[in-house]
Design a protein around this ligand. Structure first.
Ligand code: HEM
Length: 274
């Protein structure tokens, strides 16, 4: 997901963590696929006033005819994600951060706000109205939802206080956490593709592979990001080598995941909706 190279950013020095163009492209394609899926599955039917629970049978609970409040929570949870899926990746591109700071600030505010509200509404749907297949299977996403507001708060505060090195660190973690549910889909579909079907997965998403993926979707990239930040501070060749190795593995996983989730999940659903 990230590459390590000489940092030319005016607000930091030395070796820096950057998203390489090829990985940024993979993330961008995967995020736009997700956004397009939301457009086809939720935004368009909602705008056209043709939503019906029969269109959401693939979901855990989904849309229920007549349940005005819970449907509103679901739509508020999902539709704004379409906007951040289209724009969040630009936050990672140093050229855009340095050249268009105003865009970076407003795009960042939108991203953190949507992520914060998504975490609260997600926890409500999971534990408040029973949108979960099993208790054990929902623990990973719940921890993800608890960590989002914490990292959003710190990413925001460090930006306001102009602590840019700290801000970069918290913002990267907020990006990973808010995209945790996106990564779950990438890793799960990659797992299915590599194993040619489920292996350690159950229909209730509480098999060993399901549980491992639900935590790994954010803890693994967060750990690799911390390794890269540590290597940046240490400036020692062996540490940098291991950080670069970890980052490259993450990039490969992202590429495979974007391909698997797009071909197995999003493209079929988008084409059916159109
Ligand atoms: C802030 C980051 C999040 C984003 C971007 C996000 C995105 C989404 C999307 C796109 C859907 C529609 C799923 C589909 O059609 O397949 C969805 C549904 C849902 N999400 Fe999230 N989500 C986030 C956080 C969370 C969290 C933290 C939780 C739980 C703790 C959660 C729980 C749910 C639930 C329960 C549903 C409805 C499931 C159903 O009824 O089938 N989400 N989310």
């Amino acid at each position: 997901m990230f590459t390590i190279k000489q940092n030319r950013c005016s607000r930091s020095s030395g070796i820096g963590v950057h998203v390489g163009p090829e990985y940024a492209a993979a993330i961008l394609i995967g995020q736009w696929m997700f956004g397009l899926y939301i457009l086809a599955q939720f935004t368009m039917p909602w705008m056209l006033g043709v939503m019906d629970e029969s269109q959401f049978t693939h979901m855990i609970r989904g849309y229920k005819n007549g349940e005005i409040f819970n449907n509103a929570v679901l739509l508020l949870h999902v539709i704004p994600v379409m906007l951040i899926s289209l724009s969040a990746t630009f936050q990672l591109v140093p050229y855009i951060r340095n050249r268009y700071p105003r865009f970076h600030r407003w795009n960042g505010r939108l991203f953190l706000l949507v992520g914060f509200l998504g975490a609260i509404s997600g926890i409500y749907m999971t534990w408040g109205i029973g949108s979960r297949l099993s208790d054990v299977g929902a623990i990973g996403v719940t921890l993800n939802g608890i960590l989002i507001p914490i990292f959003v708060l710190y990413a925001w505060r460090t930006a306001v206080n102009k602590q840019f090195m700290l801000h970069r660190r918290f913002a990267v973690h907020a990006f990973i956490l808010i995209n945790g549910v996106w990564s779950v889909r990438l890793y799960l579909m990659a797992w299915y593709m590599i194993n040619q079907g489920p292996l350690g997965n159950t229909s209730k998403i509480d098999g060993p592979a399901d549980i491992a993926i639900s935590f790994a979707s954010y803890l693994l990239p967060m750990a690799i990001a911390e390794l890269a930040f540590w290597a940046e501070r240490r400036r020692q060749s062996l540490t940098t080598f291991f950080a670069a190795l970890g980052v490259s593995i993450m990039a490969l996983l992202t590429l495979v995941g974007v391909f698997a989730a797009s071909t197995m999940m999003w493209i079929p659903r988008i084409t059916t909706a159109f």
